[in-house]
Design a protein around this ligand. Structure first.
Ligand SMILES: [Zn+2]
Length: 450
């Protein structure tokens, strides 16, 4: 058996640990197997047998185990890098950014002498953040880095890019995240919208971090109960509105919702009006879109399986019906149909563009509905858009002398109408039947070419 196969046979995958969507690579069985562990160490030290190495730097915590055994074989010393607050003497430290928040690692300032030849070792190369910080610490102490070794490399997380310029070696590689199915269904209904929706959940909500094979969603997902239904909320632009429309991780957002079991998405958006009769503060329950975006990852069907999803009616007809009925009940001025043109942004349109969109048959304009709706359909998720009109677009201004769009107006109007929007979404959630099947779920199955 090749060393790669042998090592892989002793690595156990733990689903959804330490967070949902992560398939953790547990090396405990490898450490416990006397034959495989010793072969692994032999293989790790092989390139360095005839080189001078003064110290091996092991990284908290599994890196220590590999570093110790390798150091014994290579007859070198060891230096350790630990999480903050664990080292008793004088330290140097380095902070680095994580998916959510940051971490700090530390090293004794006398653990490496200037000019010493250093090999850094850890068990897994994922995004490379920890190792990058470790390399910085070694450089600060003027160590000379001979190599950076890992037992496992998760190539799909691009850690090598973070560590550019270093000699990276990994014993085995995983090229895909593997099956990232959740262990249980956490919610049925998902909302993707502005940050005002946190108030939906009183004190019954919890936040979860999710990792998908398409990367991280816009932020943590909040899950709670509304009218006895399990509802998840994801802020489209991130909690502090830090992600512009063209940078939203659309695929990760929809994949994350799919992973936790969601089969219906309610997606409120702000839109500009292209028509006089669609006034600021009105609602539009869109039924069609025209895509004018340019550079977004807009499909899950990337091969080798080839699939084409039907897109004649992209928005879920059942959810649209519920939304229209509830908007009427709440006396909201609502347009029960509408074609949205989705532009790349972040700039607003020129007058010529705006006028041409009207000629194309568009009613409203937005920057985020595409590819969200398409991706949801590809994964068999019902998708409902509720568009809140914040302003008239520039084309109408040029023709009718109505005030053009300003960012202040957009934000002020959206805030003012957010209460109405929240009431509408509450009523929609209340009226979604507990058990219902929908053609949206079947479209995705029909899409596959066999
Ligand atoms: Zn549907």
């Amino acid at each position: 058996m090749s060393i790669e196969k042998l090592v892989k046979s002793k690595i156990r995958e733990i689903a959804d640990w330490p967070k949902i969507g992560v398939n953790f690579k547990d090396i405990t069985p490898l450490l416990g197997d006397k034959e495989v562990f010793s072969k692994t160490i032999d293989e790790l030290v092989k390139p360095y047998l005839n080189q001078r190495i003064d110290k091996i730097v092991g990284i908290d915590a599994r890196g220590f185990l590999l570093a110790s055994a390798m150091a014994y074989k290579l007859k070198t010393g060891i230096a350790i890098i630990r999480k903050q607050g664990k080292l008793p003497s004088k330290t140097i430290s380095k902070q680095y950014v994580l998916e959510y928040g940051s971490n700090t690692i530390e090293m004794h300032q006398d653990s490496i002498l200037p000019g010493e030849k250093i090999l850094l070792v850890d068990d897994v190369l994922a995004t490379g953040g920890t190792m990058k910080a470790a390399i910085d610490l070694v450089k600060e102490l003027k160590g000379k880095i001979i190599g950076v070794d890992f037992l496992i490399e998760l190539t799909y997380l691009n850690g090598k890019k973070t560590l550019k310029g270093q000699k990276i070696r990994s014993l085995i590689k995983y090229n895909s995240a593997g099956k990232t199915k959740p262990q249980k269904k956490l919610a049925e209904i998902g909302i993707i919208g502005g940050s005002g929706f946190y108030e939906f959940f009183k004190n019954n909500a919890k936040e979860i971090q999710i990792e998908t094979e398409f990367g991280k969603p816009s932020d943590k997902i909040t899950i709670g109960k509304i009218f006895g239904k399990r509802v998840a909320f994801l802020p489209r632009h991130g909690k502090t509105h830090q992600i512009p429309p063209h940078k939203i991780p659309y695929r990760a957002n929809i994949a994350a919702f799919k992973q936790i079991g969601i089969d219906k998405i309610i997606a409120p958006t702000a839109v500009g009006s292209l028509k006089k009769n669609i006034k600021p503060d009105d609602f539009v329950i869109c039924d069609q879109f025209i895509d004018r975006t340019k550079k977004r990852d807009d499909t899950f069907f990337d091969g080798p399986k080839v699939a084409h999803i039907e897109m004649a009616y992209p928005y879920c007809p059942k959810l649209r019906k519920i939304a229209i009925a509830q908007a009427k009940k709440l006396n909201l001025k609502t347009h029960s149909k509408g074609t949205v043109v989705v532009v790349e942004g972040p700039k607003f349109s020129t007058v010529a563009e705006s006028v041409s969109f009207v000629k194309m048959g568009c009613d409203v304009i937005n920057m985020t509905q595409y590819p969200e709706v398409v991706l949801a359909q590809e994964l068999g998720i019902c998708y409902l858009n509720i568009s809140l009109v914040t302003d008239y677009d520039v084309g109408i201004y040029a023709k009718s002398k109505i005030e053009p769009v300003s960012i202040e107006q957009v934000l002020a109007n959206f805030k003012k109408n957010n209460e109405k929007l929240k009431n509408l979404i509450s009523e929609i959630i209340k009226n979604i039947p507990d058990k219902s099947s929908c053609d949206c779920q079947k479209k995705s199955e029909r899409a596959l070419l066999r």
